[in-house]
Write a protein that binds this ligand. Structure first.
Ligand SMILES: [Cu+2]
Length: 190
């Protein structure tokens, strides 16, 4: 086997090692994503009895960690109970107050154990004067406010650790395969 062949074998080994390292690191740090909401972001509703969020995987039902808050144009809270977790769908019953822009704040624990959160708005334009307006609540109906960072520093650090562990394993595999390829090439030549 020529030096060129040996270099080609080594390049292939590096490629395999890099793919393994990247795959391991990605699997270790993938959060669930919010796939859809009802009502949709930026939409206008004429009536509404619940807010539903659908995620890419089933969020973990950790006690108190699943939050949906609906904040009205008067900054009051219009959710009427704690959220329900049903597979990938998280929903809360709501009763809307005055017409205007409502903001949905949400937080769940991703299936990989990391807290994730976000917010979006929709508009409420009630169908007619017959629609009774709910009074809303000055405080969140279910636990403290959800307006916290989407990732705690600890969760971020552990995700980083996962990445480095993945890269470390990849590097070890890469070196092992490289040495193996080199030994094979040497054996063939002699
Ligand atoms: Cu994650």
């Amino acid at each position: 086997m020529s030096t060129r062949h040996r270099l080609a074998a080594l390049a292939a080994a590096i490629g395999i090692g890099a793919v393994l390292a990247t795959g391991t690191a990605t699997a270790a740090s993938a959060h669930d994503t919010l796939d859809g909401t009802d009502p949709a972001q930026g939409s206008t509703v004429t009536s509404l009895s619940a807010v539903s969020l659908t995620f890419s995987a089933d969020p973990l039902g950790t006690d108190g960690a699943t939050v949906i808050q609906l904040i009205g144009p008067d900054k009051k809270y219009y959710e009427t109970a704690c959220p329900d977790l049903n597979g990938p769908v998280v929903s809360s019953p709501v009763a809307l107050g005055a017409a205007g822009t409502y903001e949905v704040l949400w937080r769940v624990v991703s299936s990989d154990g990391h807290p994730i959160s976000g917010s979006y708005t929709f508009d409420y334009a009630p169908g007619g004067p017959a629609t009774p307006a709910a009074a809303g609540s000055a405080k969140p109906v279910c636990g403290p406010a959800a307006s916290e960072p989407s990732e705690s520093p600890a969760a971020e650090a552990s995700a980083d650790a996962g990445l480095w562990i993945g890269l470390g394993i990849g590097a070890v595999v890469l070196i092992g395969v490289g040495v193996g390829a080199w030994a094979l090439a040497r054996g063939r030549r002699s």
